[in-house]
Design a protein around this ligand. Structure first.
Ligand SMILES: *[C@@H]1O[C@H](CO)[C@@H](O)[C@H](O)[C@H]1NC(C)=O
Ligand SMILES: *[C@@H]1O[C@H](CO)[C@@H](O)[C@H](O)[C@H]1NC(C)=O
Length: 282
């Protein structure tokens, strides 16, 4: 009989022990569940917080959008008055146009300055050939304006170009003819004058010498023959009668800053007219 209760007690103890361990397990599970619940609750709280903050941000954005839209809405009426202001805007534009117009007259004033400059420039050359003019300007002789006086003769250096015949005619209408060179002294005077007038070395001047009547028989415009010991051709054999440019050949003489050259009479050049100076002394 004693075995049974003892056994019972033992069983009871065992049962109690099992119960105890069972309870401990249950407690552990409960704690775990509580922990899980707590963690999940935390997560939920965190998510809710996040949601709330994003909502807040969205709200702020919406508010900002709203203010921007109202700003735009406020500025739109500002712009439309500007379009009504525009009619007055062209007026300043017109003023702006008139202002450059006012500056244009000041630029149109400049040509006078340019004239002064060109006048001062044109006064410079007479000062540079002074050593020449001193020796050539004879007080006993007088030339018209635009003519250069030398050795009792007046010389006109044309600025326009024309053929030899036309140049000769122009000189005749001026009361003279194309220049006749009578001495090496006259040649030197003309040479220096040409050097002062030309812009480039191919700038040449017609002189009154031609062999268009009889080939090789060079005559001055006054009909006198060329003194063969008083010639200033570029080469000794100048002028050859090369007919490449003109079938008539090089029948007219032109003068450069140093020498004479034969050329077709049809080409155009500047020219030197010559006529006697007005004698003031007897
Ligand atoms: C130049 O004129 C003369 C007459 O004055 C004429 O005989 C001659 O053919 C003319 N020369 C040229 C190249 O026109
Ligand atoms: C030709 O020129 C030379 C040199 O200037 C001169 O001595 C001579 O007398 C001139 N001849 C004629 C015919 O004019």
């Amino acid at each position: 009989m004693m075995n049974r209760p003892q056994k019972y007690i033992e069983g009871e103890a065992l049962h109690f022990q099992r119960e105890k361990s069972n309870n401990a397990l249950k407690l552990r599970v409960a704690v775990l569940v509580v922990c899980v619940l707590l963690v999940s609750a935390l997560v939920v709280i965190y998510l809710l917080f996040e949601l709330l903050t994003t909502r807040e941000m969205l709200r702020n954005l919406e508010l900002k959008q709203g203010t921007v839209q109202t700003n735009v809405a406020e500025r739109v009426p500002e712009i439309t008055p500007c379009s009504t202001v525009q009619p007055t805007c062209p007026e300043p534009e017109v003023k702006i146009i008139t202002e450059p117009c006012n500056t244009i007259p000041t630029t149109t004033l400049q040509p006078t300055e340019i004239n002064m400059l060109t006048q001062s420039y044109s006064t410079i050359p007479p000062t540079t050939p002074q050593p020449l003019d001193i020796t050539t300007d004879d007080p006993c002789y007088k030339c018209e304006d635009g003519w250069k006086q030398h050795g009792g003769k007046c010389y006109f250096f044309s600025t326009s170009k024309s053929s030899w015949n036309e140049s000769s005619t122009e000189c005749i209408t001026k009361g003279g003819d194309l220049v006749k060179i009578d001495s090496s002294e006259e040649q030197s005077f003309l040479r220096i004058a040409i050097q002062q007038k030309i812009k480039s070395y191919d700038d040449l001047f017609w002189i009154g010498l031609t062999d268009s009547a009889v080939e090789g028989r060079w005559l001055w415009v006054d009909g006198s023959p060329l003194n063969e010991s008083l010639t200033f051709w570029f080469f000794h054999d100048e002028p050859d009668d090369w007919t490449g440019e003109d079938p008539d050949g090089k029948d007219c003489a032109r003068m450069g800053p140093m020498y004479w050259f034969g050329i077709s009479c049809k080409v155009t050049h500047r020219s030197i007219c010559e006529k006697p100076a007005v004698a003031l002394c007897d």
